[in-house]
Every structure is written in structure tokens, then in C-alpha cells.
Design a protein around this ligand. Sequence first.
Ligand SMILES: [Zn+2]
Ligand SMILES: [Zn+2]
Length: 331
Amino acid sequence: MKKSELIKKLNIPPAKFNELIELGLPSVDDKQKTFDWDEVIKWKKTTNQEKIKKLVAGKIYKNEELVDTFACTSQGGMRRSHYTNSLVLITAEKKANIIYQDKWFGDTLHYTGMGQKGDQSFEYTQNKVLKNNDINKVNVYLFEYLTKNKYKYIGPVKLSKNIKPYIIKEMDIDGINRNVVKFPLEIQTENYIIEKDVINKEEKTPRQSEEDIKKKAFAASNLNKSIKGETASFRKVITRSYDRNKDINLYIKNLANGICQLCMKDAPFKQKNGEPFLHVHHVKYLSEGGTDTVDNCIALCPNCHAKIHELEDENDKNKLLHIIENRKASD
Ligand SMILES: [Zn+2]
Ligand SMILES: [Zn+2]
């Protein structure tokens, strides 16, 4: 078929077509004018599988990248793609304001199924696909939704071998008790790392009455009891491992001489080895391309460190950058 026909059949803009050519889209002639549809599809499928393989656990991707990699839709928490034989699951701390969410119990994520109102069912669309995953062999991939258009790749997942999918009672968005399906999932990536000092941001919730807060807390307690005795659930955070150089860390702390470089107060306590307890913060985050270098590092007390990440205040950041500049000058 001709180039114009192919563009039409692929349903892509001409600019995207040139991108595909650069990526190696096969053509019958060597002038990229005539194409064989079967060859093109074969090539596209391989490219998608390669893209999936190249995903890095802990790395953050945009929604467009998810769509492009898996050839899935751009919306929804469970996205099926026949084209790449995959099911993309999105987990979030909060799903559509429902109080009960996906929860980690040890290494297992109890993932909530589809359906915001009324009873959920194992027979419903993607719930069915996931429930029958042992039979249908669809590849399942898990992402964590962070903020607008930021999805952290957690890795390929499978249904837990030990805990079967189950149904429990939870409230829907209207506060009505209903059946909810849960899929205990296990991560298949071996080299994921649990970040130890993640500072969780408190979510802004509208003001609620004390009575409401109490009601929700007890409802949540009852649920936690019913699932796993009284074991607390914790949220596992998958992250890329960044090499933080020990020498840089030590040097930065020495420069600070036991004083937090933001509030300028003494470190809150001394460690067992007598060193003042300070955190080393990367002014430009490593996760956002910052480097683990002397000129990007500064020592902070734990309070100020938490404040920096919580508020991300430009004034604080500028103050730290200013101190680093002065430090450089006096080297
Ligand atoms: Zn401080
Ligand atoms: Zn930090």
C-alpha cells in the first residue's frame, strides 16, 4: 500500500509517521513509499514489546508514554490492550475519594477492582480479565499515579499465589455500603527497592466534622481488622535506586558543622558515633535529573528537610542555592 493509505489506516498524524520511519518502520521499497500492512503490524508489535521491556521500575512516565507503550486507552485505572496482550493497572493513594483504597500488606498489594457505584463484580469487564489471569495469560503491569500526568512504574505483577481475589463491603462515592472486589497482587520485579525515608505528603481534604472523622476512622479500623487481624498496612514505595556517594554525604555534613543550613539551628541530637544528626538534601531532586554532586547537596535538620519537600517553597530553595554559591566562593 501507499504511504498515504498507510497513514490513514494507522490513524496517525503525518509527523508521527516520520517518527516511525526513523524508528525503522519497514517498507517494501527503500524509498519508504510502499508498505506491506502485515509487515508493518509485525514490526509495530515487536517495537511495543521492546518498549515494555525497556520500562524501568521506579521511573516516572507520562500518560502519553503509557498509551504509546501499551497501545492502551488514555483513561481508567484498568486498561486492557489486546494489541500488546496487556492489562495496565493504575494504583493511587486515593481512588476517586473512596475512603478505602488499594493497600499494601507486606509484599502484596490488595488492588481494588472497577466500578465506582453499586456492587462490584468479578464478571465486570477488566475485573474478569484480571480474575482469570492464570488462564488468559494477559501480562499485567502496575503503575502508581502520583500527581497530574506522573505515573511511577512499579513493575509486572501477578495474582498472589497465597491469597485469592475476594469481595468485601466498602462504601462507594455516595457513602453507600456495597460489594468491592480486591485482587491481591505480587510484584514480579526482583530488584525493586523500598525507599526508607519517604516523606508522605498529607493530602488536602475538605473540612469534616469531628463526628465524620471518627466514623471513618472506625470504619477503616474494622476493615483492617477483617482483612489481616490487626496487622497495620503500609504503603510500599517503589523507587529507582540512586547511588548516593558516602564521601560527598560526609563532606557536606562536615561543611555544615552540625548546623542546619536552612533554620541555622543545631542538629536536634548527636548520633551514637557523636556526629550531629543531619540529612543531606539534593536541591534539585535526583528524581528530577539532579546530580549527586557537592554543588547540589546541602545538610538540613529533619524538620527543615520535611518542610522543603512538603512546601517546595521557592524562597527556601533560593536560600539554599545562595548558601551553596557562597560555599563555592570560599573554597
Ligand atoms: Zn533546620
Ligand atoms: Zn531531600
